[in-house]
Design a protein around this ligand. Sequence first.
Ligand code: AMP
Length: 325
Amino acid sequence: MTQRSFADLGVTGPLQRALRAENYAHPTPIQDQAIPQLLAGKDLLGIAQTGTGKTAAFSLPILQHLSANRPSDKRNADDKGERGCRNRRRSAPHALILAPTRELALQIGESFRSYGRHLSLRHTVILGGVSQHPQVRALSNGVDILVATPGRLLDLHEQGHVRLGQISHLVLDEADLMLDMGFLRDVRKIIAALPAKRQTMLFSATMPPDIARLAREVLSDPVRVEVSPRTITVEQIDQRVFFIDTANKRALLAHLLQDADMSRVIVFMRTKRGASRLAEQLGKAGFPTEAIHGNKTQSARQSSLAQFRNGRARTSPRAVSTSPA
Ligand code: AMP
């Protein structure tokens, strides 16, 4: 954490109030470096992983810019009238955030909801694996901020349900993961449909050559902010490594799970099939377990997460690579 406050960075009152409610006392390093530059309208290349606070680093300036241009969020805007406001509400989105996975997109949507709680901006999350109808309805009612996985967004755009011609703010989040998951073509097609004049932010934990090229193409004179990945290890977590033969892994896991202090356990797996198989085996061994991966429907994934959160499932094996749209 840094010594400057969010007010020192230029963040306005309604956003500061929302941050107080989230118990964010001070900006994280990436927020401290990125927010003033983004508020000034600069493009940004952020080398940062999840856990650094990068979501607030891009969503706060977007919320602040859009609300400054929005009559209903300005104090003395009463004279603009209801009708003007309603028309604006049906307008096309002004900010687009592209994320590689459905879970990340939902998490970003949640962040916009909590940080923007005192503003009247509307956001919606567009993702695959669920019915498109509620998403189409939300779009036709008008949204200001669109958070999306690339495949479904492109699909809805090709069907004529999404207007991208008003986008003034673009975020490419976890760009290296988008590359790994094969979305770069879709991302490029989406970018081709956006206005050239816009503020663009690209976040990536690593900089493989394809992402460096994409960054050169889409960013204009960007500020580069790099934060050390050390910030993602949480001090309260005791980390241990066991060197063990594959054949003995499951027995060791069952042994470790005997410890009643391990009340909520997440097991990260390499494959979806492995995650399902382990969930079944642990369930049979008496450990209530839910698996989460990309072959499950979005509602099954969310219901598994809910079971895990409320304590009905103690273990949750996850395949590391989940597939979005
Ligand atoms: P992110 O890297 O955006 O996924 O954020 C990681 C976590 O840090 C999230 O749970 C945020 O709610 C939390 N967070 C972000 N900014 C701050 C802050 N300034 N103070 C405390 N927690 C924060």
